[in-house]
Design a binder for this molecule. Structure first.
Ligand SMILES: OC[C@@H]1[C@@H](O)[C@H](O)[C@@H](O)c2nc(CNc3ccccc3)cn21
Length: 450
């Protein structure tokens, strides 16, 4: 069999999850509610009122799940830490909450699996929201740094890859502006204030991490990035794509890597939100403190045409490609374009694809298996794009499939399955899908065969 794409021997093959989506045990060992506990229990916010109360019961089944990671042969496992387990109340550290993560890390280390920890993957403690709206309150930076510092103290060098935030775009724009995610606000000025405070909290945590001089550990941030393409060669469609790119990507990439918000978006947004009085002297220096790597979450691209009436002057146009169960166009070539653009315009730092994957209609067939050929195809095509970038000298160091297992898909509840491992939520039985068996071979070969 010829190899379609070969990866470096030290390429980091992983899978990813997040705390609220898999753990369950929402009232156990001192954990208090997060904004997602509140949001998911609010009428109409999630599919059929689904919540993370039980999820994949990973809090109790973590040993079995780490054994599955070993069976698949991953080199690294990206998970997130639930802030409400660590600080159930402001200023009140909960060692029992930390103990869970120490046990999880211990299981990973026993199997030579590298832990990659996301400090914040959207489960803000409800107490923080109750004090001035969570990320709307500039005090959230202090609360976050206290939380992150405790993690560095307790887990420090046991975690080689620290990720400050998962997708600030989602925890701000989607959550305070569009309202699809917790806390469900629909106020664009609030969204930009939240984004600013989240980015500031990132910078302050990196500074705290540097002061602690944690040997062998690296720190970065994960951004969800969606390349925007014009629907035609018309100048107005190109302008629409510029604004769509600013909305999704540059509003976060520029402050982190260039130390400023993009001028064109500042001008556009000022007409909507008024003064940027929440940006203080020195903030952009803090946000742009040097990091060690960039995490890239890639799923799909956008194609836009000019729309005078929309805030962004852009209207999405459906692409020609096949779609996943989320309705997202499958566009592996756009991942290559994205990686090349990041390398060209933003950073030569190591990058990790910290999430890439797809939801498809998965079912357990008579043979007790899940033949998810579409997911194999999706991952294969995106790995080929990644290999092409590496082959051209691109500094891509790893790839984490989203997700290890089916889990709570936010507003979609359990209706969308992203896992390479199937979860039967009535029995909590795990079944390795064909994609997990295929990924195992890719990892063994450090490459893809057709
Ligand atoms: O939707 C799949 C995953 C989700 O389960 C992860 O928790 C999250 O990190 C994640 N981010 C994206 C891409 N961004 C996005 C865009 C619109 C809505 C929700 C997420 C996809 N995903």
């Amino acid at each position: 069999m010829i190899k379609l794409a070969k990866f470096p021997r030290d390429f980091v093959w992983g899978t990813a999850t997040s705390s609220y989506q898999i753990e369950g045990a929402v009232n156990e060992d001192g954990r208090t509610p997060s904004i997602w506990d509140t949001f998911s229990k609010t009428e109409g916010k999630t599919y059929k009122g689904h919540t993370g109360d039980v999820a994949c019961d990973h809090y109790h089944r973590y040993k079995e799940d780490v054994e599955i990671l070993k069976e698949i042969g991953v080199k690294a496992y990206r998970f997130s830490i639930a802030w409400p387990r660590i600080f159930p109340e402001e200023g009140k550290y909960n060692p029992k909450g930390m103990d869970f993560y120490k046990k999880l890390i211990d299981e990973l280390q026993k199997r030579d699996i590298v832990p990659a920890a996301t400090i914040y993957h959207w489960d803000l403690p409800q107490w923080a929201y109750d004090k001035g709206g969570g990320w709307l309150n500039r005090e959230s930076i202090k609360w976050y740094v206290e939380y992150a510092t405790k993690l560095f103290e307790e887990l420090g060098d046991a975690i080689p890859l620290w990720i400050t935030h998962n997708e600030p775009w989602c925890s701000s724009i989607l959550s305070y502006g569009i309202g699809e995610h917790a806390p469900g606000h629909k106020n664009y000025r609030e969204a930009l204030i939240a984004a600013h405070h989240i980015l500031l909290s990132h910078g302050e945590a990196v500074k705290a991490f540097r002061e602690m001089n944690i040997k062998g550990s690296k720190i970065g941030i994960t951004l969800n990035l969606t390349p925007a393409y014009p629907a035609s060669e018309k100048e107005e469609d190109k302008l629409a794509a510029q604004y769509a790119d600013g909305f999704a990507n540059r509003w976060f990439l520029d402050p982190i890597f260039k130390g400023n918000y993009p001028e064109d978006m500042m001008e556009l947004y000022s007409k909507i939100i008024g003064e940027f009085d929440f940006i203080k002297e020195g903030d952009l220096e803090t946000i742009s403190v040097p990091i060690d790597f960039l995490g890239v979450n890639y799923y799909t691209r956008s194609i836009v045409k000019y729309d005078e009436d929309s805030m962004l002057k852009a209207e999405n146009v459906p692409g020609p490609g096949k779609r996943t169960e989320m309705g997202w166009e499958i566009s592996p070539e756009s991942l290559y374009d994205l990686l090349k653009r990041l390398d060209r315009e933003y950073t030569k730092l190591p990058m990790y694809i910290t999430e890439n994957g797809a939801a498809f209609k998965d079912e357990v067939t008579e043979d007790g298996r899940v033949h998810d050929d579409e997911r194999i195809e999706y991952i294969k095509e995106h790995l080929k794009a990644a290999a092409k970038f590496i082959g051209e000298g691109g500094n891509l160091k790893g790839y984490f499939v989203w997700s290890l297992m089916d889990n709570f898909e936010w507003a979609h509840g359990y209706s969308k399955r992203f896992g390479i491992v199937y979860v039967d939520y009535t029995t909590q039985k795990r079944i390795l899908k064909d994609s997990a068996l295929w990924y195992k071979e890719v990892i063994l070969d450090d490459g893809i065969e057709d």
